[in-house]
Design a protein around this ligand. Structure first.
Ligand code: FAD
Ligand code: EPU
Length: 340
């Protein structure tokens, strides 16, 4: 088993940015992963990057002097059942949305609100993907991973992963240490339908849904997402470029005096989470374009590559947006997308 050299990653990232990986390897089994680490452990420990679907990455380097390990391990298996739950193991290289549809087809409930999120199953715990009132942490029983330095296989419970809003131990204290190889999900036998977030109910009415079920919710969410998020196959992007910031209640009230329509959601710690897309739109960036880098006209939180932007063009625009939001609102936006 050998590393490939000088591979273009343009087709492997949803921003469609050109970059060359000095060393590249696709693995589609646990054995292939441990074998490549056996063969090249020193080089891999020097510098490496685990690549899933490339939908949460912005490449700013033209040449990545690193080992890119692309995960394509496949397989889905119902491994246990009890009175209330189905326990399902999905390999890390499975496509996330195809996995969601597979669950819906089998009547495994709870995952439907996470329909149409790009990327792989293995990346889902990294930033605790979330949408429409559900986060993947609500569904994860455990995570199986390979520790590159120790060459050991480990199993983490949900609590071990210290999930948070767009964060987990894999993105913080264990960053780059583990390759997630599979995720074990606990899915409901009796669906608990969640329709209160955003436009779901309006969309269900528009669709004329007679019988509410997990497939109808999935379809409603697919429709809503398709209407405002750009399809990466057509326009390069990585979804929300920034996280939604949380601020103190006093600061929220101060901003409300000038902008009474500022959307805010109370966190359990008493801070208020506010919509970064709203801030960016209010600061005048929505629909902005500079060369081939831009801010999406339907969702200001999404930065886009119109075709030939470099990673630096997108990054430079994100810096300008951060500066402008700080000047206008005294709020520091944090990037959600991984920069490499
Ligand atoms: P990659 O982009 O390949 O990698 C992301 C990070 O995870 C990197 O740090 C990488 O090293 C690490 N990683 C990936 N796989 C593994 C593994 N097996 N083991 C260890 N580390 C790994 N996100 C949301 O949360 N909610 C949304 O609603 C949402 N909507 C989106 C809409 C669009 C149009 C797009 C383009 C993106 C959206 N995203 C959303 C972001 C993205 O889809 C998720 O972050 C997704 O989980 C990334 O998966 P990936 O396989 O593409 O990961
Ligand atoms: N808004 C604006 N202008 C905009 C965009 C949004 O005013 O240009 C306002 C909306 O009107 C709404 C609020 O902001 O009042 C929230 O908007 P939306 O429901 O579209 O969600 P979001 O906060 O912009 C988050 C996630 C998305 C996830 C959606 C749906 C983050 C960083 N983003 O976006 O996740 O799909 O909620 O749950 O938390 C991602 O992480 O990549 C991603 C796409």
């Amino acid at each position: 088993m050998r590393l490939q050299n000088n591979i273009s990653l343009k087709k492997y990232n949803s921003f469609g940015i050109e970059t060359i990986a000095r060393d590249f390897y696709i693995f589609s089994s646990n054995d292939a992963l441990s074998e490549i680490v056996d063969n090249y452990q020193n080089r891999i420990l020097e510098s490496h990057f685990i690549l899933g679907g490339g939908s949460n990455i912005l490449f700013i380097q033209q040449l990545l002097d690193t080992v890119v390990l692309k995960n394509e391990i496949k397989g889905i298996q119902l491994y246990k059942e009890d009175e209330n739950y189905f326990y399902v193991k999905a390999a890390a290289g499975e496509n996330w949305h195809q996995f969601v549809l597979y669950c819906i087809n089998n009547g495994w409930a709870g995952i439907e609100n996470l329909s149409l999120i790009p990327g792989t199953v293995g990346a889902s715990p990294i930033q605790n993907i979330g949408a429409y009132g559900v986060e993947v942490k609500d569904l994860i029983e455990s995570v199986e991973a390979f520790h590159i330095a120790d060459k050991s296989w480990q199993n983490f419970t949900n609590a071990d992963c210290t999930f948070d809003y767009r964060n987990s131990a894999f993105k913080s204290k264990w960053k780059n240490q583990f390759v997630i190889t599979s995720v074990n999900f606990k899915l409901n036998k009796i669906p608990i339908l969640k329709t209160s977030y955003g436009a779901i109910e309006t969309e269900l009415k528009k669709m004329g849904v007679q019988e509410l079920n997990i497939r109808a919710i999935s379809n409603a969410i697919i429709n809503i997402r398709s209407s405002k998020l750009p399809d990466p196959k057509l326009i390069g992007n990585a979804g929300s470029f920034f996280k939604n910031p949380s601020i103190a209640k006093d600061q929220f009230n101060k901003i409300l005096l000038k902008y009474p329509d500022l959307p805010g959601y109370l966190n359990i710690d008493g801070t208020i989470k506010i919509a970064a897309g709203w801030l960016i739109e209010k600061a005048g960036w929505k629909g902005y374009r500079e060369g081939d880098a831009g801010c999406h006209s339907m969702q200001a939180l999404v930065l886009i590559n119109f075709g030939n932007a470099t990673g630096w063009d997108i990054y430079a625009l994100s810096e300008k947006i951060i500066d402008s939001i700080f000047k206008e609102f005294n709020i520091s936006l944090e990037r959600e997308v991984n920069i490499l």
